[in-house]
Design a binder for this molecule. Structure first.
Ligand code: GDP
Length: 178
């Protein structure tokens, strides 16, 4: 028996500027045209699809999160970022140059904790820091949540991006190609 086809839904979360769009553009080979047999709401939220031999990953849009500059900004973040979408896996993208878990990252982390979703932590822009910086960030985050994996990457230097797909694949279920 050959390997079964797997598919599933994924959502990428992260502050503005951590590199979500850059990562997505690298992962996606093919933009979505139309998807049948899915509720309208899900279809509208589809951002991109990654197709590989035996798998299909459908990326679902997540409301963006912005660094609050004002009190009003705080409120807007809360409103915009109400829920973690109902997906199989969440990709939580952070910036390797962060020295601590900042306010925006903390808000997202809390939502993920609440949702209890399978989450892969992606540390992007490792080209800008050294190994010790990455290790320190991993230390900070690993006590916060039981991440399925922590993957340091660089879109700029094309480091480790395939590992994201490999890790997502582990958590997809046997299912149809949409
Ligand atoms: P988004 O707001 O999370 O979607 O972030 P973008 O994808 O727009 O990226 C924000 C900025 O970070 C852009 O100027 C990217 O060129 C830059 N960027 C993204 N990935 C990397 C990386 O791995 N290394 C470096 N040095 N810059 C990156």
């Amino acid at each position: 028996m050959g390997e079964e086809f797997k598919s599933g839904f994924v959502s990428m979360m992260g502050r503005t500027n951590v590199g979500k769009s850059s990562i997505m553009n690298r992962l996606v080979k093919e933009k979505v045209a139309a998807i049948a047999n899915k509720p309208q709401t899900t279809r509208n939220a589809i951002r991109a699809i990654v197709n590989r031999d035996n798998l299909q990953i459908i990326f679902i849009d997540t409301p963006g999160i912005h660094k609050p500059k004002t009190k009003l900004g705080d409120i807007m973040v809360e409103t915009a970022f109400g829920v973690v979408p109902d997906v199989d896996v969440v990709l939580f993208v952070i910036d390797a140059t962060s020295k601590e878990i900042g306010k925006g990252d903390r808000i997202i982390l809390d939502k993920i904790k609440e949702s209890k979703k399978k989450t892969i932590l992606i540390i992007n822009k490792i080209d800008l820091v050294n190994r010790e910086d990455v290790a320190r960030l991993i230390d900070l985050y690993k006590d916060e949540y039981n991440f399925e994996a922590v993957i340091p990457v660089s879109v700029e230097k094309n480091i480790n991006l395939d590992a994201i797909i490999d890790e997502i694949a582990k958590h997809l279920k046997v299912g149809p190609a949409y």
